[in-house]
Design a binder for this molecule. Sequence first.
Ligand SMILES: [Zn+2]
Length: 280
Amino acid sequence: MRRDTRRLLSWSPRAAGIYRNRHSAPPVVRFTVVMLALMGAFLLGRASVPPPQATPMPLRSPGPTAHEIPGEPSVAPTRGRERTGGVSTPEKLPAYLRGFAMPIAGAKVPDNPRLWPGAKREYRHGVHQGVDFYVPYGTPVLAAKSGRVIRAEVCYVEMTPRFRDQLLAATRELGKTPRDILDLMYGRQVILDHGIVDGHRVITRYAHLSQIHPAVKVGALVRQGQIIGFVGNSGTSSGARGTRDDAHLHFEIWVNDRYLGEGMEMAEVGKLLRRVLGGN
Ligand SMILES: [Zn+2]
């Protein structure tokens, strides 16, 4: 027993009598020892070089850039973004997108992407540039932010269905919606100027109104939440037919001649709309 223990403690291939020297070892044993040595070296090598995923991730990355939120390329990022489960969301909106309220009391950003900016409008061969809030005809429309009236289409006269169809025929022929035709199809509209925020000019448009509030005149100052008009369907095919069908507010936010959501993926547009209009 003691002799066995001593033999075990002093064990080595040579002492164990497996082989006396390198050249005398049988080929199978030599092969096994070399392979074990190579595997050991390989494992040691791996352990000394951390795998790529072990590289610490930065907690913060650069803030929102111009192509993520419409505006100028010179947009100064306000804050960083936080990584949450691999999905990064802007921590804070840039100043020019803050301070908006819903233009319809109690409304929510619609879930249907067809009602968001960027949705196709096949009937006029163009793209939607605002958000549609489908609410009953006559619902008050509120200023989304304090500002000055720069347009109040108080003299709007509804198109005849025939004339409207002629305009749509032109969009078909051109494969796009010319600016003046689009403007006419907004119907009775109001545009508010919210000033220049950090070098970004911000305006909002309220279209298809049934009425414009008498206090809303070009140059007048309106406060956030003030009633500027009432929901209707002016400029739409239903409006041209003289019905009250299809009543909705078409609402746009423009930043430096680009509509909110312009050039963005639709999924991102929805998120941005909720962040801008959803109580910030
Ligand atoms: Zn619309």
